[in-house]
Design a protein. Sequence first.
Length: 121
Amino acid sequence: MKTTNNHFEVFKKECEKWIKELGLNGWEWRFHHKFTEGGNLARSIYHDTDRYSTIFLNTDWGEIKPTNLELRKTAFHEVVETGLMGMIRSIAENREFNQDQLDSEIHRIIIILQNVFFERG
């Protein structure tokens, strides 16, 4: 199935919702609607030093129907993968592993989740 500009707007709006909800404003976020290799529904690339992320909604979802629920779940996945887990990936890929840096990043994620879930009441 192909995604449309309307699908992209739903996807982008949902990404922006989770960026705001998770307090990930310390990043520059970019969104594109284009074909991506590998059969992913979406993908993201990020640069942790410069603090930017580009999220792509794939124009080709194969056999998967791009419903609003699937678009929303996919947007959430990409924001969390980049905004919450991106630094953990970078730390793990770094040959000069630093335990303090990893612990700091894990606690950053915990505090974000505390702020989201405990502030709701």
